[in-house]
Design a protein around this ligand. Structure first.
Ligand SMILES: [Zn+2]
Length: 154
């Protein structure tokens, strides 16, 4: 079993799209990051790497490497699932909790879960919770995601 956590802050760059769990969320501006800043895909990918004992996302996709600029993070997730498969592991399920003040994720949770499950090759559950006005997340300055993944030997 592995866990992942990722945090991105909202970007001041106009027109930067918000992508969470591979889904474009039009109700809000985007997050800062080298890739598409998909905190949910990143947390889930880190959980896969953690469960397989393969280090972390930064080892595999360094953020000073131009190849990963604006990368589609669902493709990064697919890539680490492939790495885990080569190491003899297959995902059983994943679970994600997204902590953010806004926008509301409820209208997008099913689409996010479907997109993530397609990349993981196993069911993924997506939950969202509000930070209850506490700290930078409560001021709506960013998004945090926690994820956990169970792998089984192939
Ligand atoms: Zn990230």
């Amino acid at each position: 079993v592995g866990q992942g956590i990722d945090v991105h802050r909202f970007s001041a760059v106009p027109d930067r799209p918000l992508i969470l769990g591979g889904v474009r969320i039009a109700e809000s501006g985007g997050l800062d990051g080298h890739s598409d800043a998909d905190a949910v895909a990143h947390a889930l990918a880190d959980a896969v790497l953690g469960a397989a004992g393969l280090g972390d996302l930064g080892d595999h996709f360094p953020d000073d490497d131009a190849r990963w600029a604006n990368a589609n993070s669902i493709e990064l997730l697919r890539s680490v699932v492939g790495d885990a498969a080569r190491a003899g592991w297959r995902p059983v399920n994943g679970d994600c909790t997204v902590v953010l003040e806004a926008p509301k994720l409820a209208p997008h949770r099913q689409a996010m879960a479907k997109c993530l499950a397609d990349a993981l090759g196993a069911p993924v559950n997506v939950k969202a919770t509000r930070p209850e006005a506490l700290g930078a997340l409560g001021r709506g300055e960013g998004v945090l995601c926690l994820a956990i993944v169970l792998l089984e030997p192939v």
